[in-house]
Design a protein around this ligand. Structure first.
Ligand code: MN
Length: 234
């Protein structure tokens, strides 16, 4: 479509940096797995036998590595959830598990920031999760590493430190559903496309942050992500 047909300027394209490059990965949708590590399901008091489920965040919720996340409104309990991010170069519907990794462009480290008090309030009222999960600046994401260089990680330590203290310390091999299974399962529910990213669930150790906290994340073989929690926006 020619640009002069838009009645307002089109919004900017959300994107994530690519490690060791000045190129960026354009983001279409952000999908998140709600439940994928047994220890985290236990700490949230949920039934670990249930299959994982999905929710979404808006693409413009991405915060770049080194960025500042303003402490969001309405919450007194924002939690960090460090997660492996999978970035897709192609998609489709009903993708077989055996072909799912062909869709992957690369991997990164993300944080599924969560207004836990609002998420739990929504859950109790059987209302949607957007206000707890899909708020502004809720998806920090570090530089992506292409699978063509780094391969497809199925194990590797996942660590989040807050002000230098380890809070989350898991391993990708603890995922209940692995990356091909997630891609295949999600593609039965919605069509996946190039530009989609998937946050694949968090290990245990989720906890609250306050303004001034520095979060440093690393996934072995994948990359790093550092963000600082800032003052609330006026
Ligand atoms: Mn999560």
């Amino acid at each position: 479509m020619s640009a002069d047909r838009f009645v307002i300027p089109p919004p900017p394209q959300a994107a994530i940096a690519v490690a060791g490059s000045d190129q960026v990965f354009p983001v279409r949708r952000i999908w998140c797995v709600g439940r994928n590590y047994v220890e985290h399901i236990r700490e949230m008091g949920q039934d670990e036998r249930l299959p994982p489920f999905y929710f979404a965040k808006p693409a413009d919720a991405i915060v770049a590595d080194g960025g500042i996340v303003p402490y969001p409104s309405l919450t007194k309990d924002m939690h960090h959830e460090v997660e492996l991010v999978v970035a897709l170069k192609s998609g489709g519907r009903n993708i077989p598990v055996a072909r799912a990794l062909d869709c992957v462009w690369g991997y990164g480290v993300g944080i599924d920031l969560t207004r836990r008090d609002l998420q739990i309030a929504s859950r109790k009222l059987e209302r949607p999760w957007e206000i707890g999960k899909a708020f502004d600046h809720s998806a920090p994401c570090g530089a992506l590493k292409p699978a063509s260089q780094a391969g497809h990680p199925s194990k590797g330590r996942v660590v989040l430190k807050c002000n230098g203290t380890v809070r989350q310390d898991g391993d990708l091999e603890q995922m209940i559903w692995n990356v091909p299974e997630i891609i295949s399962n999600l593609s039965e529910m919605v069509a996946l496309e190039a530009g989609d990213i998937i946050m694949t669930g968090t290990p245990s150790g989720v906890a609250a942050v306050v303004a001034g906290d520095k979060l440093e994340c690393e996934i072995e073989g994948v990359g790093t992500l550092t963000v600082t929690i800032g003052q609330p926006l006026k």
